[in-house]
Ligand binder design. Sequence first.
Ligand code: ADP
Length: 365
Amino acid sequence: MTLLQRLPTIRSKLGSVIVFAVGMTLLLVYLILGVGFEVFAIGDHWWELVLAGVLGAGIALVIARWVARGMTQPLRDMARAARRMETGDYSQRIETDSRDEVGKLADAFNRMSTELEGLELLRRELVANVSHELKTPISALRAHLENLLDGVEQPDPETLQIMLVQSERLGRLVDQLLDLSRLESGDVPLEREPVALAPLVSQVFSEIQVARPDPGITLEDDLPGDLPAVFADRERVHQVLFNLLDNAVRFTPLGGRVTVTASSHNGSVDVVVADTGPGIPAEHLPRVFERFYRVDESRSRDDGGTGIGLAIARSVVEAHGGRIWADSEPGRGSAFTFELPVASPTQELQRSGGPPATTETRRNG
Ligand code: ADP
């Protein structure tokens, strides 16, 4: 059986099965009937030939079925596994050492099951995380409403303000989740254009200062004057810068410093948002871009963090074909870097209007 599994194609297997079955048949007919091969030559023994033929065909059929069974076993296993998958059980794997088409199909089936099992795990994790995240502000709001109804709390501006903050957090969380899911499914097309980074950084600085007046932190930008524009969706780059700067300001203690620098090389621009905050321990660094991953759960929540800001930043940057990563020296600060493609001169010219059309006209003329 194992020898048969080593054959590389079903055709060669079937060929071997037939040769094997016919050989065995002739041998058995020869041995059992004792007529030997001379039966073909003797005229008055015609019934022995018929008997040998019928018996031979029967034996060949049984042997062929028995031998071929092993070839199709993985197919039967796959059908059974697929039925179990329909009920949500993705743990099924097909065991075969066959190297033919069926073996390759079984390998592909196993890879697909592993992938589906991983996706199912992610889906369950996501549902659990989202429910948990939504539950926190909803429970807080409910507790305040119950207290107000019972007369334990009064509807004074302070209580209403706390409730407003919770409902805003709920809204922000839902908005960000919807945005992330649209980004990941590629539903929102990028409206790419040449974008100058310096004015965008200044704009985000002003917005951060409005959102967190007097944070007691120095905000600095140091972008080279000749920094090329990037070819990107302006609103989305704004979102990445805002998320990174908002985190930097939130996590940096009073008296700290947040700086934005940039440099260009090999057709892309690297933007670095660095802070003098607590930093991120090395074991957490690769995971901070996962949704809902937080180094310090309670701290991020108390600050109004949703745990999705960096996941959105990564999706946006990757949708532009760029990369984003974090470096940190715990105790001394963190630096988040993202890379975006430089706008080509043609893209710049197309944005400003004239020349491409002029060139076209001249060529035609
Ligand atoms: P959050 O809403 O919790 O800030 P993010 O996705 O923006 O969610 O960030 C994920 C986690 O990464 C944060 O909870 C925090 O632990 C860590 N983090 C992000 N930025 C910084 C930073 N500048 N300094 C220290 N830790 C950070």
